[in-house]
Design a protein around this ligand. Structure first.
Ligand SMILES: Cc1cc2nc3c(=O)[nH]c(=O)nc-3n(C[C@H](O)[C@H](O)[C@H](O)COP(=O)(O)O)c2cc1C
Length: 262
């Protein structure tokens, strides 16, 4: 019987989490969720099936929804989901549980995992001691989750209060509507040297270099912010929001790990 962990990650937090959680299941395969896989997913089946991905606007990313909705669900012995977040997941696990249940998938354990936020559009990514403290917290949550997974335990999705319900019930659907055109305001500055890393890290195959050697975004963005955060020249910006801000990548995940996922 197979053990598979499906992961989606813009800047490495969720890939790091997937790697750590897979240690609970020796031999578990890690499979990247890309736009192509979401359009043509494998049957979800096997002894253990895991899903690891970030929280976007208090819910699961659109690509996760397409993947789960399009997949056939077969015999599954045990399923779990880990949602990495930057400190405010609201009711993302509950929304995700609903998504899985709509496909007849009983996910036994949900783990919100704290990580530094990669949402450079909203604020400057943390660094130094602040970042180190968050990594430590996330790693202790991953260690606790691994113990539950090793015992194939249950850990249900839990709902927060009114604020969490508002965020996941109202803000999340609004975000989803605009997600595809998220890249409208993305551009590369003169610092771009045409290296093409943005093309290679994009999980949606949404970026191509133009004749001028600069990236063009093609309007089917997954909003992962990989192109902005992983550009070695910090040349990719969105409007004026990201100008002068630091960039973020998980410290144990390389740009190479996030390239050419297929
Ligand atoms: C478009 C977008 C929306 C986000 N929304 C939330 C959010 O609602 N709550 C939160 O805690 N973090 C939010 N974040 C931060 C990420 O969930 C967090 O940094 C995550 O660990 C990134 O994972 P990755 O490195 O695997 O892409 C958001 C990030 C992005 C790019």
């Amino acid at each position: 019987m197979t053990m598979t962990c499906y992961w989606f990650s813009g800047t490495g937090n969720s890939l790091h989490a997937a790697r750590r959680l897979a240690e609970a299941f020796p031999g578990m395969r890690l499979v990247a969720i890309t736009d192509r896989l979401a359009a043509n997913p494998p049957e979800l089946s096997g002894e253990v099936v895991g899903f690891v991905f970030p929280v976007y606007a208090y819910g699961p990313p659109p690509i996760i929804q397409r993947f789960v909705k399009a997949a056939r669900v077969g015999e599954i012995g045990y399923a779990f989901a880990a949602l990495t977040h930057g400190g405010g997941p609201a009711n993302a696990t509950v929304v995700t549980d609903r998504l899985f249940r709509s496909r007849g998938l009983d996910v036994a354990a949900f783990f919100p995992i704290r990580m530094p936020s990669n949402y450079v559009v909203g604020s400057n990514p943390v660094e130094g001691e602040k970042a180190a403290a968050i990594f430590e917290l996330g790693d202790s949550e991953l260690a606790a989750a691994r113990e539950i997974l090793a015992a194939r335990g249950r850990c249900p999705a839990t709902s927060g209060g009114v604020g969490a319900r508002f965020k996941s019930g109202l803000v999340f659907p609004l975000f989803q509507k605009g997600a595809k055109t998220y890249d409208r305001s993305f551009f590369a500055t003169d610092a771009c040297n045409g290296c093409g890393i943005c093309v290679d890290v994009c999980p949606a195959a949404n970026i191509a270099l133009g004749d001028d050697g600069r990236p063009n975004w093609r309007g089917h963005c997954e909003a992962c912010l990989g192109c902005i955060n992983l550009c070695p020249k910090q040349a990719v910006q969105t409007g004026a929001l990201t100008k002068g801000r630091r960039r973020y990548r998980h410290r144990d995940v390389s740009v190479k790990d996030l390239m050419n996922r297929e």
